[in-house]
Design a protein around this ligand. Structure first.
Ligand SMILES: Cc1cc2nc3c(=O)[nH]c(=O)nc-3n(C[C@H](O)[C@H](O)[C@H](O)COP(=O)(O)OP(=O)(O)OC[C@H]3O[C@@H](n4cnc5c(N)ncnc54)[C@H](O)[C@@H]3O)c2cc1C
Length: 473
C-alpha cells in the first residue's frame, strides 16, 4: 500500500491485527494484476480493497469495517464467477479472499467432512480421497472454489446419483452482516442455512462447510461419441436422439451425459458410474446416430476427476482469464425442444455469424437425485430442471462485441421461442445481462422467501453484487 492509508484501509489493517500483508488496496503495487484478478476480462471491476483474513473473527472484523464505511462486501472463493461477483461485480466493494481457510478433517464414523471455505474443488477431491476414499458431487473445473459453488448449486457428473454440491452441505460456519460468527444448519439459524444453499453470496461468508460424503465408485466408465454430423440437419437429428435418450424416465442415475457442440463438431460425452458391462447393457450407441465410440474404464477416482478436467469446454475456459459472454437456460422434463424448434436452432447456429471461432454450446443432463429434494427445501431455484444448456463465447482478441453478444442472445431466444416460455437460468452461470430479472430467473418461487430472510439478516444489503438478493421492502 502507499504511505498514508485511508480510513477504511486503517480499519482493515487493525481488523487483521495490524498484519499489513493481509490487506491490499487500490494504492498497492500490482493491485489489479495480483490481487483483483478478474476472471471475466470483459467486466472490469475495481474493488476498494482485497483482504486475506486467517480467522473467522478477522472476517467478522472486516465486515464491520465495511459496514462502518458504508461499503459492500463479497467473499472470494475460487474467483470463477462469470461476472466477477467474487470481487463484487462492480467497483468499490471489500473483497474477503478466503484462500487461508484450508482446514480439513474427516469424521471416520459419520464420514462427514469439514472443509475450509477457501478450498478449491481440486483440493476437495484430493483431501476427500486421502481421508477414506470419499467423494462428493461437484462440477468439473478444478479451480472453482467450494465457496461459490456449494452456495449456488454445484452440478457435476455424479449429481444425478448424489445431488448437487449444496445438497451435501449439512452445516456451515458463517459470518453475518452484523459481524457475528454463527453456525447454521437445519437445527440452528435454519433460515440462514436455507438461504446459503442457493443464494449464499447475498447472505454471509461461509468460512467452513460440513458435508456428507460418499464412498468413491469402484469402477467408472468414461464414454464419448464423436457424432459424424456435417450439416445443420445432421446435427439437429443427433440432438433429437440425445434429447429423447436423456428424457427417458427410466434412465439410470449412474448415467451422466452432455451434448457438446463447438466449431469442430458434435460430441456426446459423459460418465457411467459402473463397470463397462453394465454400461454396455444400456445400449447407448444404438440410441444415438452413427458415431466414433470411445470408452475408457477407470478404477482410480482421481483419474476420473482428472479426466473431467480435460473436458473440451474447460480447455477454452478453465483457469484462463478471458473476455467472454455466456447464457444458460433450464429445461424440465415437460420442456423438451419440439422437433421444428430443434431444426430452427441448428439452422440458426449454422447460419449465424458468431464473431469468434472460440464458442461452445453444452446441454447438460441433471435431474436424478437433485430433483428428489423439494423445490422449497433450499434456496436453489431449479429443482425441476432435467437439463440445462449453456452457450459460451470467448473473444481471444479483445472485448466482447455486438456480433458475439447477438449470437449468444439470439440462440437463447430461438430456444425460448420454440418452448413458448423462459424457465430461467442457472445461478451458477451468472448472466449480468439479465439485469434485475436475474434474481427471479435464478431463484424463481424461492425469491420471495429469500427477500424476507435478507430483510432480517442483512437489511443494509452489506453482502451485495449486481444480482444478489435484495431485502424485502
Ligand atoms: C471454467 C468454469 C467451469 C465451471 N463448471 C461448473 C460445473 O461443472 N458445474 C457447476 O455447477 N458450475 C460450474 N461453474 C460455475 C461455478 O460453480 C460458479 O461460477 C461458482 O460460483 C464459482 O465459485 P468460485 O468460488 O470459484 O467463484 P467466486 O468468484 O469466488 O465466487 C462466486 C460467488 O460466490 C460468492 N462466494 C464465494 N465464496 C463464498 C463463501 N465462502 N460464502 C458465501 N459466498 C461465497 C462470491 O461472493 C460470489 O458472489 C463453472 C465456472 C467456470 C468458470
Amino acid at each position: 500500500m502507499g504511505n498514508k492509508p485511508s480510513a477504511v484501509e486503517s480499519c482493515l489493517i487493525s481488523a487483521v491485527g495490524n498484519d499489513k500483508g493481509l490487506i491490499a488496496a487500490q494504492s498497492t503495487i500490482g493491485y489489479q494484476l495480483s490481487h483483483v484478478k478478474p476472471y471475466n476480462l470483459d467486466i472490469p471491476v475495481k474493488p476498494t480493497a482485497v483482504a486475506y483474513p486467517k480467522t473467522s473473527e478477522q472476517v467478522a472484523a472486516i465486515v464491520k469495517c465495511a459496514v462502518d464505511n458504508s461499503l459492500k462486501v463479497q467473499p472470494r472463493g475460487g474467483g470463477h464467477s462469470y461476472a466477477n461477483y467474487g470481487i463484487g461485480g462492480e467497483d468499490g466493494s471489500i473483497v474477503v479472499d478466503l484462500k487461508n481457510f484450508q482446514q480439513f478433517s474427516m469424521d471416520k464414523i459419520t464420514w462427514q467432512a469439514t472443509i475450509g471455505g477457501g478450498t478449491l474443488l481440486d483440493n476437495v477431491t484430493k483431501r476427500l480421497h486421502e481421508n477414506g476414499k470419499r467423494a462428493m458431487a461437484h462440477g468439473t473445473c478444478p479451480q472453482v472454489g467450494i465457496g461459490g459453488h456449494a452456495t449456488i448449486g454445484g452440478l457435476g457428473p455424479s449429481s444425478r446419483m448424489w445431488g448437487s454440491a449444496l445438497d451435501h452441505v449439512q452445516e456451515v460456519e458463517v459470518v453475518l452482516a452484523n459481524s457475528s460468527v454463527v453456525r447454521a444448519s437445519k437445527d440452528q439459524n435454519a433460515d440462514v442455512f436455507w438461504a446459503m444453499k442457493g443464494a449464499g453470496a447475498g447472505f454471509g461468508i461461509i468460512t467452513e462447510f460440513k458435508v456428507r460424503t460418499q464412498a468413491e465408485p469402484d469402477q467408472t466408465t468414461l464414454y464419448s461419441y464423436g457424432i459424424q454430423a456435417g450439416s445443420a440437419n445432421d446435427k439437429a437429428t443427433a440432438f433429437k436422439k440425445w434429447q429423447k435418450l436423456i428424457s427417458d424416465p427410466d434412465l439410470s442415475r449412474k448415467f451422466a451425459s452432455q451434448f457438446i457442440m463447438t466449431e469442430l463438431g458434435v460430441v456426446v460425452t459423459g460418465t457411467f458410474f459402473g463397470p463397462q458391462s453394465e454400461f454396455d447393457s444400456l445400449n447407448i450407441s444404438s440410441r444415438l446416430p452413427d458415431a466414433d465410440e470411445s470408452v475408457v474404464v477407470l478404477d482410480d477416482w482421481l483419474g476420473v476427476v482428472g479426466h473431467w478436467a480435460e473436458d473440451l469446454a474447460l480447455e477454452l475456459a478453465g483457469d484462463i482469464q478471458s473476455n467472454f459472454y455466456a447464457k444458460s437456460l433450464a429445461y424440465t422434463k415437460d420442456d423438451l425442444i419440439p422437433d421444428a424448434g430443434v431444426d430452427e436452432l441448428f439452422e440458426y447456429i449454422d447460419s449465424t455469424d458468431k464473431g469468434t471461432l472460440a464458442w461452445f454450446l453444452i446441454w447438460d443432463l441433471e435431474g436424478g437425485a437433485i430433483n428428489d429434494v423439494a423445490p422449497d427445501a433450499t434456496a436453489y431455484g431449479h429443482r425441476d430442471a432435467l437439463f440445462y444448456h449453456q452457450v459460451y463465447a470467448v473473444n481471444l482478441f479483445g472485448r466482447i462485441d455486438d456480433t458475439i453478444r447477438d449470437f449468444v442472445t439470439g440462440l437463447n431466444k430461438v430456444v425460448t421461442d420454440a418452448l413458448g416460455h423462459d424457465l430461467g437460468a442457472y445461478a451458477g452461470y451468472v448472466d449480468r445481462a439479465l439485469g434485475d430479472d436475474g434474481a427471479s430467473k435464478y431463484w424463481g418461487e424461492n425469491l420471495e422467501r429469500l427477500q424476507q430472510i435478507k430483510a432480517v439478516v442483512d437489511p443494509g444489503d452489506v453482502f451485495h453484487n449486481p444480482q444478489s438478493v435484495r431485502p424485502k421492502a
